[in-house]
Structures are given as C-alpha cells and as structure tokens.
Design a protein around this ligand. Structure first.
Ligand code: ATP
Length: 306
C-alpha cells in the first residue's frame, strides 16, 4: 500500500487532476475504483507487451457527447520506435496519451498493442506495460529514494541508485544534506522542473516498460538542462515504443514518425525531413520557431501555444 498524505475526500479531485496531467500514479488509480470510467471485462486477459506495436485505428473520441475531440485518428507506432505528436494547444495531443493509458475508451475505432484491443486486456497489465514521464511530476512528501522507488514496488536501494544514475540525478542527490534520505515534495525540499523530470525518468528506468509516453514540459527549461534531458530520454527510449507529446520541434527532429494534429485530425505525417519538404503546416511551425529563436526567444519556444 502506498503512503498517502492526502485526505481521502480529496482523492476524487486529485484523480481528475492526475488524469489531466498524466502523472505516473497508476497504483493510486487502483485505490480509486469508484471513480473508474472504464472497467475490466470479465474476459480481460493479461497484456504481455513484447514488441509493443501500438496502433490507433480510425479512432473517434469525445469527452462529452456534444464535442468531438478526435476524428478518424489512424496511425501505427512500429515496435521499438518513436512517434512524436505536434499541434496547437487543444489539438488533442495529450488526449492520445490518455487514451493509450485507457483513462477513457474510444467512441469508435480501436487502440491495440501487439494486436490486442485495450478494452480486452486488464488495466493493471496495461498500466504495467506503459511508463509515463509527465510534464509535471507529482512528488510525495517523502524521501527522494521513496519517490524514485515508486517506479517499481520492491526495488532495492542499489536499483534505485542505478536508475538515478541513468537519469543523471544521482550526483545531485549526493549533494543534498541527507542524500537519498532527503525529504522532498511540498513539505520538503522543492525540486526544479528539470529535477522533477529526472525523478520521473528514474522512475521510468526502474519500471522498464515496453511503452514509454513522454509529455514534454511546456515551459522551456534552460537549454542546457533541456538538452541533457533529451539525451537521457533518447537513451531510455531506444528500442522502446515511444510516444512523445512535443512542444518544441527541435527535440523531435530524429523521431521515426511525426504526426501533426490539427483540431483532432492528423493532417500531416512523416519524418522531420519529409515534412519540411512537404512545405505544409509542419514546415510553417518550424519556420516560426526558427524566427523566434533568431529574435532571441527561448531556445525552442513552445510551438503548441501559437
Ligand atoms: P496542450 O498542448 O495545450 O496540452 P493538447 O493538444 O494536449 O493541448 P488536449 O489536452 O488533448 O490538447 O485537449 C484537446 C481538447 O479536449 C481541448 O479542447 C480540451 O479543452 C478538451 N479536453 C481535455 N480534457 C478534457 C476533459 N477532461 N473534459 C472535457 N474536455 C476536455
């Protein structure tokens, strides 16, 4: 049982916020069955994601019946490759990730992993197969060790340290007054955005999932921190099926596939090079970002906000 420092009455509110922020708190979900909008069927089987090919097949989706959010979204993330999604704010990028984690069911079409429809597998096995590095990682008011170990119940101290090293946060932790025993979170040491993302990366390394969702932070970190985090992510994304919700085009130039989402429809797809050659929406976004950089704006300004 995880340690909770939150009055139970707030869990419903928290649940909604977590869904919104894609925080990696699957065990918390297991405590919140009463709020579930999706449920395991009697015949639900265990998902054993091996290659982990992810497929969205003609997916339509709406949060509420009067407003459709996704229209006929159709794409495949080949096993072990990275697909990045870009698009304006509200175009539906995070919704794709929420559906892949099955916070909601699609209205029509299907999402499959290795050919298995998400509705036919147990949610516990689905969430076991997916690791999320969210924009804003939720830290518990506990030690930094606990916060990393949360990626996998029962991880040993050595495994936590190895994960921290892989996420390049070990040296930072060693400088803290009490090392791995330092309290963090609202009532402890506050970590910067970049440090929190590294904790999330360390959790993901520990979890070692077949599928990784990376929700890029909207607020640009300083470019050195950003580059370091990108390099680490590239390492852990290698040979893993990865969905990146991207806000800065500079970070996804080498993705195997880039999808451009516009008002819930995939309007362009290809690689960075092929999309620039197509001279369409993506090429315009890229040019706008270059201009902003030339004007001295933040390195890789958030294109989704425009
Ligand atoms: P951003 O880049 O700003 O994060 P996004 O492309 O990720 O945006 P989504 O979060 O997927 O966009 O939202 C797509 C649309 O769905 C938006 O219009 C949003 O208002 C709506 N939406 C998101 N969550 C909900 C919800 N829980 N209930 C109703 N509508 C929602």
């Amino acid at each position: 049982m995880i340690q909770l420092y939150i009055p139970l009455s707030f869990l419903g509110v928290l649940y909604r916020e977590i869904k919104q922020s894609l925080a990696d708190m699957e065990r918390l979900f297991l405590l919140l069955d009463q709020n579930r909008e999706v449920a395991d069927t009697a015949k639900a089987v265990e998902l054993v994601a091996t290659g982990a090919e992810v497929r969205f097949a003609q997916v339509d989706f709406s949060y509420d019946p009067n407003r459709q959010i996704l229209f006929d979204v159709d794409f495949t993330i080949a096993a072990g490759t990275t697909t990045a999604v870009v698009g304006h704010s509200g175009s539906g990028k995070s919704t794709l990730a929420r559906l892949l984690f099955r916070f909601y069911d699609v209205n029509s079409g299907a999402i499959t992993i290795d050919g298995k429809d998400l509705r036919d597998v147990s949610q516990a096995s689905l969430r076991h197969a997916i690791g999320i590095v969210p924009q804003d990682t939720v830290l518990f008011n506990d030690t930094i060790e606990y916060n990393i170990a949360y990626g996998r119940t029962g991880a040993s101290k050595e495994e936590v340290i190895a994960a921290a090293r892989a996420a390049y946060i070990h040296d930072f932790i060693e400088t803290l007054p009490e090392g791995y025993a330092t309290m963090v979170g609202e009532r402890g040491l506050k970590l910067s955005g970049g440090e929190k993302q590294r904790v999330a990366i360390a959790r993901a390394v520990l979890k070692n999932p077949a599928i990784l969702i990376f929700d890029e932070a909207t607020s640009a970190l300083d470019s050195k921190a950003e580059q370091a985090i990108q390099a680490q992510l590239k390492e852990i994304a290698r040979n893993r099926t990865t969905l990146v919700i991207a806000h800065r085009l500079s970070t996804i130039a080498d993705a195997a596939q880039i999808l451009v989402l516009d008002h819930g429809r995939v309007v362009e797809r290809g690689t960075h090079v092929s999309l620039l050659a197509d001279d369409g929406v993506y090429a315009q976004m890229w040019q706008r970002q270059q201009v902003r950089q030339d004007e001295g704006g933040a390195d890789g300004a958030d294109v989704s906000a425009s």
